[in-house]
Design a protein around this ligand. Structure first.
Ligand SMILES: [Cu+2]
Length: 124
């Protein structure tokens, strides 16, 4: 159990490092792409910047499962994450919680439960 837990933390940490590197290389832009993929899942870690989600424009591949998690910079109701067009809502208590879904081509708004934080996922 301990080993599994630390493995999970390491994977989350690695993804966070990749996100940081990608954001650094893209000049701190809030536009994001898939930051890591294991198997057929597109993992996306969302943080917080200027009272909004960052990245807040995310490009994914249509038809391939997406897994979203919120890092520790995300607080309060921003952790109550919704994709209204898919009728999805999940309170992601920790950075280990994920929301998983697969998208047909299109653009999907995501937001906190009060629409203070908003962004979109573009499936191509
Ligand atoms: Cu909110």
């Amino acid at each position: 159990m301990e080993i599994k837990k630390s493995t999970l933390y390491w994977s989350v940490a690695s993804v966070a490092v990749i996100v940081a590197v990608v954001m650094f290389m893209s000049g701190g832009s809030a536009t994001g792409n898939v930051t890591a993929s294991s198997g057929d899942v597109q993992h996306i870690v969302i943080g917080m910047q200027n009272y909004n989600y960052a990245p807040n424009v995310i490009h994914v591949k249509a038809g391939v499962p997406v897994s979203i998690s919120l890092d520790d910079s995300v607080g309060g109701c921003y952790r109550d994450f919704m994709v209204p067009g898919l009728k999805l809502r999940k309170y992601m208590k920790t950075s280990g919680d994920t929301l998983e879904f697969t998208l047909p081509k299109g653009s999907y708004v995501f937001a906190c439960s009060m629409y203070m934080g908003q962004g979109k996922i573009i499936a191509e």
